[in-house]
Design a protein around this ligand. Structure first.
Ligand code: NAD
Ligand code: DAU
Length: 361
C-alpha cells in the first residue's frame, strides 16, 4: 500500500483528509504535526489503534527530523498541509507565518529533494510532493471580475497570503530547477467538521450557541467561495493520483456567498436545531471594525480540474452547513478542549478593540 507523509494532519483539512484516506484504505499515513494552538489532540483519537496510521510530533522546519522520517518510512508521497492559516493572526503577528509557511516549506522541499534523488528510478518516477495552498495568493476581485484561474497573477494582500505565495513559488522553483515532481492546489474557503473556531463559520456557530455577539467585519458584503472540506480532500487525492507533475489546480465550491448571508443561514439553522426561548439567533449579529486590508471577493474557476481530472464539488452549501452545525452540536467536548486558555487570550486580542458599530436589523 502507498505510504503518504502528511504534514499538519491534526489540523482541520489534514485531519479530514486522513480520516477519508484511512476509511477508504487508500494509503498508510505518517502524520507530522507541531501541534500548535490550531490542533486538538482529541481530533484523531479514534485512529490511535489503526496500524496504518502513525503520528509524529514535530516541526516541518526541523530538517534532521525530516531526513530521519523519510529514511525510516520511505513514503511514496508527501502532502504539505502544515501552515499557520488564520489571516487575523497574520495581521497581529506575522512572524510564525514566515517561519512555518516559507522557511518550513523550504526545509521540507530540501529534505524531499535529497530523499527523492536517492530513490531507485522506479520509485523516483512514482514519488509526488503535493503542496496545499490557497486562493488568497491571487488577491481580491471586484464584483464583476472573472474568477481566479491558474494563470491569474499572484497579488497577495495579507501576511498570510504573502507567506503562502512565497511557499508556492518555492514549490514551483523546485520543479523547474531540480525536477522534483511537485503538484500545487489553490483552494477556496473550506468549511465542515473540526475547523478551529477562530474561522468565520465555527466561530459564528459557537458564539450563537453561547448567546454571544456575532462579529461581522465591515459591511458584511465580502464574498467567499465556500467548499465542503470532504470535497476538497477528494480533489487533493485526485490530483495526487492522476495529475501530470508540475501542475497547479484551482479548487472551489462554485458557491460565492457574502459573509452576511453565511451568518444569516447559520442563525436560521440554529433557530431550528437549538432554539432559544426568548430570541432569534440573528439578533446577535453585530457589525464591528473591519479587518485591515480585507479582501473584498474571492471566486475560483475550477474548470481545469473538472476537465483534466473529472473532479467537481458534490456537497451543496445548505446541506453542508447543516451537517457542519450538527457536527459541532454533537461534539461539544471537542469544542471545550479547543476553547481553553490560549483561545480566550486570542478572542480578547482580536475582538477587544472591535467595538460594536451597529447591531444588525
Ligand atoms: P489549520 O490551521 O486547521 O491546521 C494547520 C495544522 O498545521 C495544525 O495542526 C498545526 O499544528 C500544523 N502546523 C502548523 N505549523 C506547523 C509546523 N511548523 N510543522 C508541523 N505542523 C505545523 O489549517 P487548515 O485550515 O487545515 O489548512 C491546511 C492547509 O490548507 C494550509 O496550508 C492552508 O493554507 C490551506 N488552505 C486552507 C483553507 C481553509 O479554508 N481552511 C483553504 C485553502 C487552503
Ligand atoms: O480562501 C481560503 C482561505 O480561507 C484560507 O487560505 C485561510 O486559511 C482561511 O482562514 C480562509 O481565510 P478567510 O480570511 O477568508 O477566512 P475567515 O474565516 O477568517 O473569514 C472569512 C470571512 O469572514 C472574511 O471575509 C472575514 C470575515 N469574518 C471573519 C471572522 C473570523 C468576519 O466577518 N468576522 C469574524 O469574526
Amino acid at each position: 500500500m502507498q505510504i503518504i507523509l502528511v504534514t499538519g494532519g491534526v489540523g482541520f483539512i489534514g485531519s479530514n483528509f486522513i480520516f477519508k484516506v484511512r476509511k477508504k484504505r487508500w494509503a498508510n499515513i505518517i502524520n507530522l504535526d507541531k501541534l500548535t494552538y490550531a490542533s486538538n489532540p482529541q481530533t484523531l483519537e479514534e485512529l490511535q489503534h489503526d496500524p496504518g496510521y502513525h503520528f509524529v510530533h514535530g516541526d516541518i522546519g526541523n530538517i534532521e527530523l525530516l531526513r530521519n522520517l523519510l529514511e525510516q518510512y520511505q513514503p511514496n508521497a508527501i502532502i504539505n498541509f502544515a501552515a499557520e492559516t488564520h489571516v487575523d493572526r497574520s495581521i497581529l503577528s506575522p512572524q510564525d507565518f514566515i517561519q512555518t509557511n516559507i522557511l518550513g516549506t523550504f526545509q521540507l522541499l530540501e529534505a524531499s529533494r535529497a530523499y527523492w534523488e536517492k530513490l531507485s528510478p522506479q520509485k523516483r518516477e512514482q514519488f509526488r510532493f503535493l503542496h496545499v495552498s490557497t486562493d488568497e495568493v491571487y488577491g481580491s476581485l471586484s464584483p464583476a471580475e472573472p474568477a481566479f484561474r491558474e494563470h491569474t497573477p499572484y497579488a497577495p494582500n495579507s501576511p498570510y497570503a504573502a507567506s503562502k505565495a512565497g511557499s508556492d513559488h518555492l514549490v514551483r522553483a523546485y520543479f523547474h530547477t531540480y525536477g522534483l515532481p511537485t503538484l500545487t492546489t489553490n483552494c477556496s474557503n473550506n468549511y465542515g467538521p473540526r475547523q478551529f473556531p477562530e474561522k468565520l463559520i465555527p466561530l459564528m456557530i459557537l458564539n450563537a450557541l453561547n448567546g454571544k455577539p456575532l462579529p461581522i467585519y465591515g459591511d458584511g458584503q465580502n464574498v467567499r467561495d465556500w467548499l465542503y472540506v470532504v470535497d476538497h480532500c477528494e480533489a487533493i487525492y485526485q490530483v495526487l493520483q492522476h495529475s501530470r507533475i508540475g501542475e497547479t489546480y484551482n479548487i472551489g465550491g462554485n458557491n460565492e456567498q457574502t459573509n452576511l448571508t453565511v451568518v444569516e443561514k447559520i442563525c436560521t439553522i440554529l433557530d431550528e436545531l437549538a432554539p432559544k426561548p426568548n430570541f432569534r439567533h440573528s439578533s446577535l449579529m453585530t457589525f464591528v471594525k473591519d479587518r485591515p486590508g480585507h479582501d473584498r471577493r474571492y471566486a475560483i474557476d475550477c474548470s481545469k480540474i473538472k476537465s483534466d481530472l473529472g473532479w467537481e464539488p458534490k456537497e451543496n452549501f445548505d446541506s453542508g452547513l447543516l451537517k457542519t452545525i450538527q457536527w459541532y452540536l454533537s461534539n461539544l467536548s471537542w469544542v471545550e478542549q479547543v476553547q481553553s486558555g490560549t483561545y480566550q487570550t486570542w478572542i480578547k486580542q482580536n475582538y477587544g478593540d472591535r467595538k460594536a458599530k451597529r447591531v444588525a436589523q
